[in-house]
Structure formats: C-alpha cells, structure tokens
Design a protein around this ligand. Structure first.
Ligand code: FES
Ligand code: FES
Length: 165
C-alpha cells in the first residue's frame, strides 16, 4: 500500500491504495464519489470519465497512484452548491440527452472538456469527440443536440436531420 494525495473537487483527498488500484475505484470506494460509473472492463464505455488536471480521462485507465498530486474533478462538482446545474447538465435536461442516465456522468464530463477546448464544435466534431463514450439508450442524437445547445448553437439543423430520416 502507498499513500496518495490529490485534490478532488477542490478538496484535498488522501488515502492508502494498492499499486493496482484504479482511479475510478479510489473515487468510488474510498471517496464515495459514486457518480463516476463503471460500465465496462475494457476501457471502452466512457462512463468513468473525469477531469484530471483539466483533461478528460477515463478513470478506469489510470492508476490512483498516477493521479497523486493531481487535481481531479468529478460529476459531483459540476452543479453549483445550491444544485443549479451547469450549462451542459441543463442542456441535457432540456433536450432529453439521457434516458437511463448511466452514461450521463461520463458524457457530461467529456462534453464539458470538449467545450473548454472547442467552444463551438460542429456536429461532426461532437460525434468524433464522443467516440469514446457509449450510450445504450439514446442513439446519441439528443446527446449531440444537448451539446450543441450548451455551446449556444442552433439545434434546428439537427432536428431537421432526424425529421429527414
Ligand atoms: S468503465 Fe472506464 S471506459 Fe468503461
Ligand atoms: S442514457 Fe442510458 S446508457 Fe446512456
């Protein structure tokens, strides 16, 4: 076991971890931040995406020890203290970007990272960025629409695309 210390959602978090402990398990099991989900064991689903030093990372692909000293943000820190959703969360709610919600924390964390890098992504850029996030429910259409809306862009063109299908 070794001790790790990191900043998680603005607070210092310390714990003893095994060398093989994944960041996602440290967050969920040690810190009880269970909003970060585990949807696969093959690093494919993206339900576990968090931000590490500002970058979107699949937390099942990183050892907790590798995050020692890092600043980690999870879905729990995305809404304001009074419960007000951030712009991406609100857009997912407004545009029905979720059904069962299992993938949603990872989707929101990926989308938030995308919009930091690229504040006005095209639909194609959103779809490309989300290639590492799998949703079993929505068919992605409303997720893409939500992210377009969160970036302040018109979503009518996307609606038209569906109407034409
Ligand atoms: S749990 Fe990390 S990619 Fe699926
Ligand atoms: S909303 Fe159910 S997996 Fe995406």
């Amino acid at each position: 076991m070794s001790q790790v210390t990191m900043t998680v959602n603005g607070k210092t978090a310390t714990g003893d971890v095994e060398g093989r402990t994944l960041l996602v398990h440290f967050l969920r099991d040690e810190l009880q931040l269970t909003g970060t989900h585990v949807g696969c064991d093959t690093s494919q689903c993206g339900a576990c995406v968090v931000h590490v030093d500002g970058k979107a990372v699949k937390s099942c692909t990183m050892l907790a020890a590798e995050a020692d000293g890092a600043s980690v943000e999870t879905i729990e820190a995305q809404a304001a203290d009074d419960g007000t959703l951030n712009v991406v969360q609100q857009a997912f709610q407004d545009h029905h970007g979720l059904q069962c919600g299992f993938c949603t924390p990872g989707m929101v964390m990926s989308a938030t990272a995308l919009l930091k890098e690229n504040p006005k992504p095209t639909e194609a850029e959103i779809r490309h960025y989300l290639e590492g996030n799998i949703c079993r429910c929505t068919g992605y259409h409303n997720i893409v629409k939500s992210i377009m809306a969160a970036s302040g862009q018109d979503v009518d063109s996307i609606a038209a695309e569906v109407a034409a299908q």
